[in-house]
Design a protein around this ligand. Sequence first.
Ligand code: PGA
Length: 257
Amino acid sequence: MSSRKFFVGGNWKMNGSKGELDNLVNLLAKNSSETEVVVAPPFVFLDYLHNKKTNFGNNITNYIIFFIALSGQNCYKESKGAFTGEISPKMLKDVGADWVILGHSERRHVFGEKDDLIADKVAFALKEGLSVIFCIGEKIEERENNLTEKICFGQLGAIKDKIKDWSKIVVAYEPVWAIGTGKTATPEQAQEIHQALRKWLHDNISQDASNKTRILYGGSVTGANCKELAAKADIDGFLVGGASLKPEFANIVNSKN
Ligand code: PGA
């Protein structure tokens, strides 16, 4: 049995309103304490959820969110200044986020973020005291050309020299072809690359990082496929997009039970 605590992140992307977020939080009433749960709402709702965490009184939604950590969906590599539209790790912390998602495929491929910038952002977020969900993954043509490991190792390699402490990083392997497409990697496909990523950590970082770093799978995870994926030795949790907006998210959180 692995000592790595099972981890489920809900990436709500650009969805929701205050009222809808309350409903999403309530879905997690049956949350397993065996699982570390982190949700990433759009930035503008972080403070709203954080206030619920800190003033829970008799309110059930507030009580549930008390046990769930908050994450930003992105942040910049500077603490302040003339960077219109950006937010800093310090600002995320100020509104109650302990985590940030960096390197997500939508940031890489819709907004054109490159390895170097992402690595600087990961290093700066860690320095400022955030934990990081660091996303990697190959596109379909890369998989078809047997480049999956090369791409993923390259994305990890980009942060290697800028990061000293891996204890605050969770790696999310999210094949781009599986994100939002309904095409999940099979448990065998996911396990194969997760195992290779763990070996990469062993060979390039340390035995300790290889043993302790949680490697999440992401890409069309649902209530129907989560248990089989969660049973694989090197899958330590999930980063969930679409299904984190639905009641089945509670099943995914509890997929190890
Ligand atoms: P999906 O998204 O679960 O909708 O495929 C995953 C993600 O983008 O993290």
